[in-house]
Design a protein around this ligand. Structure first.
Ligand code: F6R
Length: 612
């Protein structure tokens, strides 16, 4: 969840880095910092070195005529801006980072960039060094003094250590140091003795190179690049980029094989990543959902013809239809969307589906074969576990498809085909509109497969497609319940636990509702299949346990849901029901009733998801 931005060009780096950091702040926001290469009158590096140093390092420090100036602290990017305004770090090369703490608490010393102990180089890093303990012990044994609790600092010392043993250019030293690192990284490095050089490298954590007019921006996310340029090249796992002020850039493998990489045009506008009149990005993205649904269906859904076109999977259709099973792999919210997909595809198309957490799947030696179709779902297209699971499925010969939002992302590049969500950039930390678009995409896929397999007649399919085409307007109506939601939030603001219940298609939506509450309100919440409540969680219900129940009358098990509500009420629980507009059954029983337009059961997740 951290963010990297680095700059090499003719403009002052500081302002560009700060503006890039502000765009990346949504990825991690407990601390931030930047390092700028400054010309000096031969003063060397900014941090006073400690520990053993080679003569060569000393000579390089004093003769380089450059120093690295660092400003970093716990807090928001705006705090960095304030600190930078009193700092005279002029320079046209720099690296910066927003941090979401993993190794060590969020404080000034753990904020990135991290400086090598001889002060010569600075590193920013996303990812996790898994052999942290052994590397740290080894470096300490060699006399390196740790100034932070982070794994990133080790990378700075490792590069220094490699250079010290036999003096070598920064590029080679980065390569050799990274060969000792186990785990994930996306990183940027600068060194005061090579002041016109910026190096980036990745394994499991994204990096994108923006190529402007006489300038380069290296970032973990396109939103930090788009303000300066739309010409970009993506780094793949196991690659590095060496950017030189006068010699240009070269993408290579970490084994030093030069690569030719096409330059692509970024499909992202500055307007899309601005808040506009909204108070925050999450609200903007929630309100964008009707438009997102429209964009997701545009050109694909042809209700009058009873046709769904999905250009990215059309050529793979024979293999999909002949598949033994579909294996859907994802994390977090995307996993919840995948679970809705399982219910939809199995119910409508009668194709077996398995849904797996990517973080489990990749490590558990899954049984995979050529007749399996693997589907990775990811908003960002960069989630390391999902990417690793995809690579595993590829090795095993599965047809690999992606349901991805971010165009040009690693997962979209590494799959054989797939379906883009067209939800636009999701800047808010919590996934909202992307979940809606994922569920709609999987609904369209389920209907397409159902039509192809003859599970739905042409007339049934047309009717269902017409129902889908009405969704944007229906979601608009759901969003009008906003004032009721605000009132509920006031009522329950001191609650410390919530339960979310749903059955069938709505069960994954209950899981998603609970995740959103935890993530955004810091209130503990659990999602359950409604019938599971009696097998344990019911013991928790009392007047202090609000229970959200998704109970539309179109639910096959609506009567059973009514019984579940009675069970909660019998224990004095407070019920918030989500049901359809014509339903008055719950008005007198529940504390709050949110009403959504009445739709067929298979479309309920798309409306109920917007109520949560
Ligand atoms: C929750 C949320 C996360 C992501 C998860 C996967 O609101 O955003 O749970 O869904 O980290 O991310 P993607 O979809 O980018 O692979």
């Amino acid at each position: 969840m951290c963010g990297i931005v680095a700059y090499l060009g003719n403009a002052q780096a500081k302002e560009i880095l700060l503006s890039g950091l502000a765009r990346l702040e949504y990825r991690g926001y407990d601390s931030a910092g930047l390092a700028v290469m400054q010309e000096t009158a031969g003063a060397g590096a900014v941090v006073e070195p400690s520990g053993e140093q080679s003569n060569e390092a000393k000579r390089r420090r004093t003769s380089s005529g450059h120093r690295i100036s660092v400003v970093k602290r716990a807090g928001k990017v705006s705090d960095q801006s304030a600190a930078c305004s009193t700092d005279n770090s002029a320079g046209t090369l720099g690296i910066a980072h927003t941090r979401w703490a993993t190794h060590g608490p969020p404080n000034d010393k753990n904020a990135h960039p991290h400086i090598s102990h001889d002060g010569l180089l600075a590193v920013v890093h996303n990812g996790i060094v898994e052999n942290f303990t052994s590397l740290r012990a080894e470096l300490q044994r060699k006399g390196y003094v740790m100034r932070s609790d982070t794994d990133t600092e080790l990378i700075a010392h490792l590069i220094t250590d490699v250079r010290k043993a036999k003096w070598m250019p920064l590029e080679e030293a980065v390569r050799q140091a990274l060969s000792q690192v186990t785990g994930a990284f996306g990183l940027a490095v600068i060194a005061a003795d090579e002041p016109d050089l910026l190096i980036g490298a990745r394994r499991g954590s994204p990096l994108i190179l923006g190529i402007g007019a006489d300038e380069y921006i290296l970032a973990s996310d396109a939103s930090a690049v788009v303000e300066r340029t739309k010409q970009v090249s993506y780094l793949n796992d196991g690659e590095m980029v060496v950017i030189h002020r006068t010699e240009g850039y070269q993408i290579k493998t970490l084994e030093n094989v030069k690569l030719i990489r096409e330059v692509q045009l970024l499909e992202l506008s500055l307007q899309e990543i601005q808040k506009g009149s909204y108070k925050h990005f999450m609200l903007k993205e929630i309100m964008e959902q009707p438009e997102v649904l429209q964009n997701c269906m545009r050109g694909r859904l042809l209700p009058d013809e009873g046709v769904i076109k999905m250009a990215g999977i059309e050529q793979h259709l024979p293999r999909i239809l002949a598949a033994r099973r579909l294996i859907v792999v994802a994390c977090g919210t995307s996993w919840h969307a995948g679970l809705v997909g399982e219910y939809l595809i199995e119910t409508l198309a009668r194709v077996p589906v398995e849904v797996e957490y990517a973080s489990e799947f990749r490590y558990r030696r899954p049984i995979l074969g050529k007749d399996d179709v693997f589907i990775a779902i990811s908003q960002s297209g960069e989630t390391a576990d999902t990417l690793a699971a995809l690579q595993l499925a590829k090795q095993k010969g599965c047809l690999c498809l992606g349901v991805v939002n971010t165009v040009g992302s690693s997962i979209s590049r590494e799959t054989d085909g797939g379906i883009y969500l067209h939800a636009g950039p999701e800047i808010g930390v919590a996934s909202t509109k992307a979940f809606t678009a994922q569920v709609l995409t999987l609904t369209m896929l389920a209907l397409k497969l159902a039509g192809e397999r003859g599970e739905l007649s042409p007339d049934e399919l047309k009717a269902k497609l017409h129902a889908c085409s009405r969704l944007p307007n229906l979601v608009r109506r759901v969003l009008e319940t906003q004032s009721q939601v605000v009132q509920m939030a006031r009522t329950y603001r001191y609650a410390s636990n919530f339960l979310y219940l749903g059955r069938g298609f709505s069960f994954p939506v209950a899981l998603e509702g609970a995740l959103k509450l935890k993530e955004i309100s810091y209130i503990h919440a659990e999602g359950y299949p409604a019938a599971e409540m009696k097998h344990g969680p019911i013991a928790l219900i009392d007047a202090f346990m609000p229970v959200v129940v998704i109970a539309p009358r179109s639910d096959t098990n609506y009567m059973k849901l009514l019984s579940n509500i009675e069970e909660v009420l019998a224990r004095n629980g407070s019920v918030i029901a989500i049901t359809d507009e014509g339903n008055c059954d719950l008005d007198d029983k529940c504390d709050f009733v949110i009403k959504m337009p009445e739709v067929e059961e298979f479309l309920v997740p798309l409306l109920a998801g917007d109520c949560l």
